[in-house]
Design a protein around this ligand. Sequence first.
Ligand code: G3P
Length: 220
Amino acid sequence: MKFYLDSARIDEIKKAASLGYVQGVTTNPTLLKRAEIWKDFKSLGEFYLEVMRICDGKIFMQVPSENSQKMLNEIKNLDDSRLVIKVPSVPKGLKIAKGLIDKDYSICATAVYTTSQALMWSSIGVDYVAVYVNRMEKKGFDAFKNVKAIVKALSNTQTSVLAASVKTVEQLSWLIDIGADYATLDYDMIEGITKCDFSIQDTKIFDNDFEKMYKRLKEK
Ligand code: G3P
C-alpha cells in the first residue's frame, strides 16, 4: 500500500511533502472549504499550481457533478500527467468521466460504496475508485467485508482501490491486509505512521548505548 495526504491545507501539504514518503495529495470540495483557500488564492488553478509546486506526485482534484467544464477550464494550464480528476459516483459522473477518459485524463471515481459500483467504474476505464471506509461503517456497512470484496473484484483490472475516509489505525491495518492499493489519510495519520511508540522506546535504548560505547572508546 502507498499513501496520499487527504488535505487542502497548504501547511499540512508542506509538512507531508517534507516527510518524503507521501505519493501526492487528494482533495475534495469539503477539504477546500475547510482550508479556506479563498484567503490565499484567487482561483482553483492558482491553488492547484501551488500544491503541485510543493508536492511531487499525483494531485487529485474533484469536479462538481454539474458544470464540471467550468472547473476544468480553470486548471487547463496544469501538468496533466500529475493530475487525477475525481468524478463523483453518480449517474451524471459517468458522462463526465467518459469525456475525460477520451481526452486521456487519469480518473478517480469517488464516494464509491458497493462492489457493483466499483466494477461499473472499472469497466469504463477509470484508474482509481475511492471507497469511503469510515463513512461505510457509519452507514451500517460491514466496511471490512465490503472493501475486501471490492479489492478482489478489481484485482485483475487496471483500476486501483484508493481507501479514503480512513480514521483509525485498525482500519488502516486491515486495509493493508486485504491488499488495498492506496490509502489517503489526514495529516495526523500521515505523521502518526512515522511515530510508533515501541520504535521510539527501542531507539532511546540504542542511543543510550551508543553514548556509553563512545565514552568507553574515548577512554582508550
Ligand atoms: O477523500 C475523501 C475523504 O475526505 C472523505 O472522508 O473524512 O470526510 O469521511 P471523510
